[in-house]
Design a protein around this ligand. Structure first.
Ligand SMILES: CC(C)(COP(=O)(O)OP(=O)(O)OC[C@H]1O[C@@H](n2cnc3c(N)ncnc32)[C@H](O)[C@@H]1OP(=O)(O)O)[C@@H](O)C(=O)NCCC(=O)NCCS
Length: 180
């Protein structure tokens, strides 16, 4: 399913977006999305204001690789957000991350991407998502509440480890919210 995954959905403002797996042709769009983030947003996503590994990051998300799924949300041809998981050595576990283009926040893009990522992960047989998020990242914590996943939080200093029990999600319909 994931290799050719694509779906259409509506954002909170009614705009239509398509969600699909990123490929090699999306490399420049991923780099540009990162370049357009504010310093605060880069810090929240990469834990540093000046990430030096954007090239490698963009390449890893746009090169088809077993155990990695990266989804992009597109408005027309513009990439406005992306979410990815990377499978971990613990069988059934994957680490997730999400970032939305600076001008596109608060339209439901992050929520939609995470719900879609969760739906695909469950179908792929994954059991648990984990995410390390800065404790101060209230936007991400609110989005996770909006997604409605069963989560467990563990705080370690400035970092909040979030664990999502994918097996406990009872209603897949909630994961498809927004799909046209
Ligand atoms: C965290 C981040 C991804 C959120 O993305 P976003 O697209 O702005 O998030 P959404 O638009 O889905 O959610 C924002 C708001 O819309 C609300 N919302 C989203 N979908 C909704 C829906 N279907 N119905 C009602 N409200 C909804 C959310 O509850 C939230 O409201 P609140 O802020 O008042 O609590 C974004 O801020 C970002 O890119 N930050 C920098 C990178 C980062 O921190 N990444 C996380 C670490 S990996």
């Amino acid at each position: 399913m994931a290799s050719d995954f694509t779906c259409a959905a509506k954002l909170l403002d009614g705009a239509e977006v398509s969600i699909r797996r990123l490929g090699r042709d999306d490399y420049d769009s991923v780099v540009n999305l990162a370049a357009g983030l504010t310093g605060d947003e880069r810090y929240l996503r990469f834990f540093t204001v000046h990430p030096t590994h954007i090239d490698n990051w963009a390449r890893s998300l746009t090169t088809p690789t077993d155990g990695i799924l990266a989804l992009g949300a597109f408005e027309g041809r513009d990439l406005i957000g992306l979410a990815n998981y990377v499978e971990l050595p613990e069988l059934g576990d994957a680490e997730i991350a999400v970032v939305v283009a600076h001008e596109k926040h608060d339209r439901g893009v992050g929520t939609l991407l995470l719900r879609t990522l969760g739906r695909i992960a469950r179908k792929a047989g994954l059991h648990r998502f984990v995410a390390d998020v800065l404790f101060e990242n209230l936007a991400m914590r609110r989005v996770l509440r909006e997604v409605g996943w069963p989560i467990t939080l563990h705080r370690d200093g400035a970092v909040l480890r979030i664990e999502v029990d994918l097996d406990s999600i009872e209603n897949d319909a909630s994961l498809e919210h927004g799909a046209v």
